[in-house]
Design a protein around this ligand. Structure first.
Ligand code: FES
Length: 127
């Protein structure tokens, strides 16, 4: 087995217009450390951000309605289970029972397209 890491790839996720500030997330699927996980992308203060859909309290999915992670103010990401609250731009836990941060996934946006970037522990999930 080679130690050479596969080059990181940028994978098209959605159109820029699909992500509105403080609005619904766009979900996607990844392999994280070899495990199938759901992930989500949101827009906050004009910038796109993505995280594993896995709470830093108990590793459960967080959305309280499908693809809805923001609280009613549009400024915080919430976990539906016990109310952990995260900063949408960093994924850091700011309130509630979480410790640490959400697992961040690199995104880029150009030409009206949002792409997510693979990494050593983060690969596309093949159905
Ligand atoms: S599982 Fe998310 S706050 Fe407990």
């Amino acid at each position: 087995m080679s130690d050479a890491a596969a080059p990181d790839q940028a994978i098209a996720l959605c159109a820029s217009a699909d992500l509105q500030d403080g609005g619904l997330a766009v979900p996607f699927e990844v392999l994280y450390q070899g495990q199938h996980c759901r992930a989500f992308a949101v827009r906050y203060a004009g910038q796109v951000h993505a995280y594993l859909n896995r709470c830093a309290h108990v590793p459960m999915e967080m959305d309280y309605q499908e693809n809805r992670f923001f609280d009613h103010s549009g400024h915080w990401l919430l976990c539906a289970t016990h109310g952990a609250t995260y900063a949408p731009d960093t994924g850091a836990c700011v309130a509630g029972p979480c410790r640490g941060s959400l697992v961040k996934i690199a995104l880029s946006e150009s030409g009206g397209v949002v792409r997510w970037h693979t990494a050593k522990q983060l690969q596309p999930f093949e159905f």
